[in-house]
Design a protein around this ligand. Structure first.
Ligand code: SAM
Length: 216
């Protein structure tokens, strides 16, 4: 098998795993996939090279966050871009209310059109803005993926966390180093950071996340 065939086979397998794990939600995931590889690429929100790993690297990698989020939570997804992880999370978890926060108008337009087309508008909301400028908006869970390193991200996101809530940041292999770099902020605000993995049987490598809560 050459590299191209291997990539197609990996992606086909990833879509099949999504269909098996989230069977009821799979048609909506597929429709979102269509938005990402269609308008997402045409409008420059998604790199063309991501198309062949859209399920594996992006949709499944985001949807597995559902394992970490408490039931019926309100969620703000900071720096949602083309909707990751917020839209896959909202699709596979119909109990959640998700706000997608994104500063760039082009991306906000894409997000709103996608949310409307997927019929998610009653519980998925799009706000244009920067996390550090948001006033009077909080949620029980604040998510982010590929937005900023933890020390900066904490300063932006912790004010958006409702009392008793948490930040769940998707991170890669650098998670532990970022937690160390954020030690001052964590101490000052009396927060604890826990590194966890999710997505067993669905994504390889597993998705690493950092969960940040008030020390109780
Ligand atoms: C690399 S993209 C990641 C997008 C998406 N989360 C993903 O994983 O594909 C970073 C996103 O964060 C947004 N962003 C940058 N600074 C931000 C801020 N201060 N507040 C909210 N979003 C921000 C950018 O506009 C961009 O869409």
């Amino acid at each position: 098998m050459n590299a191209e065939e291997a990539s197609v086979s990996r992606e086909t397998e990833a879509a099949a795993k999504a269909a098996e794990r989230w069977s009821a939600a799979f048609p909506l995931l597929e429709r979102y996939h269509g938005w990402l590889i269609g308008a997402g690429v045409e409008r420059g929100l998604v790199g063309p090279r991501e198309v062949e790993r859209m399920w594996d690297r992006h949709i499944n990698n985001s949807a597995v966050l559902s394992e970490a989020v408490t039931e019926n939570a309100t969620v703000i997804d900071v720096g949602s871009g083309a909707g990751l992880p917020g839209i896959p999370l909202a699709i596979v978890r119909p109990d959640l209310k998700v706000t997608l926060l994104e500063p760039l108008q082009r991306r906000v337009d894409f997000l709103q059109e996608t949310v409307d087309d997927l019929g998610l508008h009653e519980r998925v909301f799009v706000i244009r803005g920067r996390a550090e400028d948001l006033k009077d908006v909080q949620a029980e869970v604040v998510t982010s993926r590929a937005v900023a390193a933890l020390p900066k991200l904490l300063g932006w996101c912790w004010p958006l966390v409702a009392p008793g809530g948490e930040i769940i940041a998707l991170k890669g292999a650098q998670a532990a180093a970022e937690v160390t770099a954020a030690a001052n902020y964590l101490r000052k605000k009396q927060l604890q950071a826990r590194i966890e993995t999710v997505g067993a049987g669905l994504v390889e490598p597993l998705t690493t996340l950092v969960r940040i809560r008030k020390i109780t």
